[in-house]
Design a protein around this ligand. Sequence first.
Ligand SMILES: [Zn+2]
Length: 407
Amino acid sequence: MGTHNRFKIKKYVCCLCAAFFVCITTAQASSFLGDTRIWDAPDHTRIVFDVNGAVKYTIFSLQNPERVVIDFHNTRMSGSRHQTPNKKSFIRNVRYGQRDNGSFRVVLDIKKPMRTVSSLLAASKMKPFRLVVDLWPHKRVAKTASPIPPSGKKQRSRQDRKQGLVIAVDAGHGGEDPGAIGPTGLQEKWVTLKVAKRLAHLINQQAGMRAVLIRKGDYFVPLKKRVALVRRANADLMISLHADSVKEKWVKGSSVYTISERGATGDKVAAALAARENASDLVGGVVLKHQSYGRMTRNVLGDMARQDAFNSSQIMAEQVLHEIKRVGALKYKRPKRARFVVLGALEVPSVLVEMDYISNPSREKKLKSKAYQQAIARALLKATRKFLRRMSLLETPITPSKKEPAS
Ligand SMILES: [Zn+2]
């Protein structure tokens, strides 16, 4: 082999090595775009992209026609499940394309000009890294929840009174956040919404009472936004619905919680549950826009007003336990307390009901059944009626509906 040939081979090997090195560095630097999901709330649409790490991206709007463009830098497509928008979505269509510069472009064709708020969420136990893009119609952006009165007491107008007592019914989790998942895959967010809708329907059949659903469909509502919505509804009572999960499959029974404002109560089980429920925002995905709700939850109540609300919540919790034990087993016979963010409207009597353990196969089956969902809703209605009477919140006795027996 001559010198010239040796040189050529050496050069060729060098080139191969260089090419190989470039390939490796490109592969290492690349991000991957996984599955795409779309969640439609009444006031905005959320699109979520699974990604494999802290991807760099650029987002901008284009007009004629209205579009939102997201360029994922140095990214390739790897996911195969890309949800298409439904009719009620603010998104008309989603288009995907690999660009020559190595970036991956997603174009959202939108129905009208929208404001975008995006946030990259770090991976959690249940979810990979995700880019969350919320699309808000321009008109709604300026609106924020109505502030609570300086006294912290509700100042209800005659008009409000005419509309009846307001019960805020909060279906836990939703959208990106499925909540606990049962052995056959039943999701907590589905159960909570079913029972919430049944309870709201029963409440709306009662004279002098009106239900406000804090979540109406399969989309995520950040915890502090839920608190703001309870306040905006001027609620007389708030019931938050959940279904717990533990490793031990045999554990079963309902439990009821109220807020513990002053931190640890020494109840480690309740504290662990509150930590699980409060983690909802991490899984569901809170983007920057909602941080403003944090200011809404400042404690502006006097000690006496706060104590009143705590006592009322305790009374409601006891009524719920009393009624719900007729439907199924109780896990704890007394109400428990912990720092639940969702119970943060301190001036509104509020309870969090863990309807049962979705991790228990037989309870999962029950939670899935319409009959059991209705039985829980009825028990919660009865508890609500008893509570409202006991608190003398009614100027006239509540007229029971024909379908529901008087309690
Ligand atoms: Zn929950």
